[in-house]
Design a protein around this ligand. Structure first.
Ligand code: ACM
Ligand code: ZN
Length: 528
């Protein structure tokens, strides 16, 4: 059966239900019924419409469902709206491209409650329409958390009324780095001018995305990365930094020393003001504060930071970041939100509030100890291990199989009780247009969706690839351009594998993969 993610249990029977297009939803789960009506233009309550009966059944697991397709239509049992919605998504896949849906009984529930995707809209900007299209595909794949990376050294993308410069100035940069070692340069594809005109989301647009996502059972989690990766904000308000010097929105990628000064009360005020406006827009349970890659160089030289460390009796600069994290976590809690931070937040975890969720992306011995200890003490984690799930990495180095086979076991976690879920991030330093975004994004998103829905014991990569290939037309109808099979298998780039002198990083060589994709597409067109 061509279903992704693969359900827990599926029984097929002889026969199929004729389905011309009209549907008649009825019973429980008003919200899901409204969605079904909104996407089925020909909904009708009479005539030859297929009946879809929704029933509330509290014995079904959260987000799970039972779906029966038989001669008299489809029957869906769930305990919550999300489960009812996912049953309908399964039904859509079962009927895709056919006018007769096979008789089946499906029993299903996700491995993880949290199944996320992150999009970096700061390094490169993605339109509201593009985000909606990705949300459609996420919904079809039963993914339910959209982590929206809205601020960076290279651009601030969320309108904040109290600090208008953030978007007037902080969304504009004076250039866009073209990979210096890239033998297949992206220069032709770079539209630098775009980043000189101010690209950001108005509050109204952010609300539009939240509403669109909510209809699809996707929660939107805003991320404002603090106290590092803040150069765009510092360019607007230099007083936020230790030195208070004028600077510009960074045209270059990397981990920059110029960060917010956690010795200054203004920085805490700023962070809380930004949170005040965003929590009014994002009604979800979580708020992400980034917290990754925070070099402490400036703090070590800064009188204000050093004074704060002394006054608070803190051990060192890491503990100062821990103090900042706690202040923000507490503020978010007062707003009814739970804080998520990248796992560097655990560098000073001694006093960190236990309700903070750590998103574990780097794997090194210190992180392992902190993360594993954190979970042993009851702290929660989201798994996003860089070597398996980062979407901006080349398939030649990280073939799709690595993403598909990712699980808590990859990270040597024996007991995953405190893992609330997994998330796949799309960083966009070297991703400059939608074609490249799609190439990197869709195959991995599809593989990852199954990785967080289906336990590792029941996954089968070979069989997954067969389903993925068979479902190309289904994804194409959603405008999800899945890259060619030889590419996602990592068979590209002979020059990369054979010439160490031309080694390009896993991020940079993806532009060569675009060229490889074009070559494959040209071959394909010729064959046809
Ligand atoms: C990260 O990749 N810096 C979270
Ligand atoms: Zn400072």
């Amino acid at each position: 059966m061509n279903l992704i993610p693969m359900p827990q249990a599926l029984q097929k029977r002889d026969g199929c239900l004729a389905w011309e297009g009209k549907v008649a939803p009825q019973g429980a789960f008003e919200q899901t019924q409204a969605y079904v009506r909104s996407v089925s233009a020909q909904t009708s309550d009479t005539g030859n419409a297929v009946a879809i009966r929704f029933e509330q059944d509290s014995s079904v697991a959260a987000q799970g469902y039972r779906l029966e397709v038989g001669a008299d239509g489809a029957r869906i049992c769930a305990s919550d709206e999300a489960g009812a919605f996912y049953a309908y998504m399964t039904l859509q896949q079962l009927r895709d491209g056919k006018d007769c849906v096979p008789y089946v009984t499906v029993s299903d529930a996700p491995k993880y409650a949290y199944r996320g995707f992150m999009l970096d809209c700061a390094r490169h900007f993605w339109t509201i329409d593009k985000i909606k299209q990705i949300l459609d595909v996420m919904a079809a794949l039963k993914m339910n958390e959209f982590h929206w990376h809205l601020s960076e050294d290279q651009g601030w993308r969320a309108e904040i009324k109290k600090y208008p410069l953030l978007t007037e100035k902080g969304s504009i940069r004076n250039g866009t780095q073209v990979s210096p070692r890239d033998s297949a340069p992206d220069s032709a594809r770079v539209k630098d001018a775009e980043y000189g005109r101010g690209l950001y989301y108005t509050q109204e647009q952010m609300r539009e995305i939240v509403a669109y996502a909510a209809q699809r059972h996707i929660e939107v989690i805003p991320e404002i990365d603090m106290p590092g990766h803040m150069v765009a904000a510092i360019a607007c308000y230099p007083e936020l930094s230790c030195r208070g010097e004028a600077t510009e929105v960074s045209p270059k990628w990397g981990v920059l020393d110029n960060i917010c000064c956690c010795g200054k009360e203004d920085v805490y005020r700023f962070a809380k003001d930004v949170i005040d406006e965003l929590v009014e827009i994002f009604p979800g349970r979580f708020f992400h504060i980034g917290g990754d890659e925070v070099p402490k160089k400036r703090w070590k030289e800064c009188p204000a930071c050093q004074k704060k460390i002394r006054e608070l009796g803190l051990k060192d600069e890491n503990a100062l970041q821990g103090y900042f994290n706690n202040q923000i976590a507490e503020y978010l809690r007062s707003k009814g939100k739970r804080m998520i931070a990248w796992n560097e937040a655990l560098d000073a975890r001694e006093n960190l509030s236990r309700d903070v969720v750590a998103q574990w992306w780097v794997h090194h011995s210190a992180a392992d100890r902190a993360e594993l200890g954190w979970m042993k003490d009851g702290g929660n984690c989201i798994l996003s291990y860089v070597s398996n799930v980062y979407m901006d990495h080349s398939y030649a180095i990280r073939p799709l199989k690595k993403t598909y086979c990712f699980s808590h076991k990859t990270m040597r976690i024996r007991d995953d009780r405190n893992v609330i879920g997994m998330e796949i991030p799309m960083w966009t330093e070297y991703v400059r247009d939608e074609e490249k975004l799609d190439m990197l994004l869709y195959a991995r998103l599809i593989a990852f969706a199954e990785a967080c829905w289906t336990p590792i014991e029941r996954r089968d990569y070979k069989q997954f690839e067969t389903r993925l290939e068979a479902m190309r037309p289904y994804f194409a109808r959603m405008r999800a351009a899945v890259c060619p099979q030889p590419l996602y298998r990592g068979k590209s780039l002979p020059w990369y594998t054979t010439s160490p002198g031309r080694w390009m990083s896993w991020k940079q060589n993806t532009s060569a993969e675009v060229d490889y994709m074009h070559a494959l597409q040209a071959q394909d067109a010729e064959r046809k």
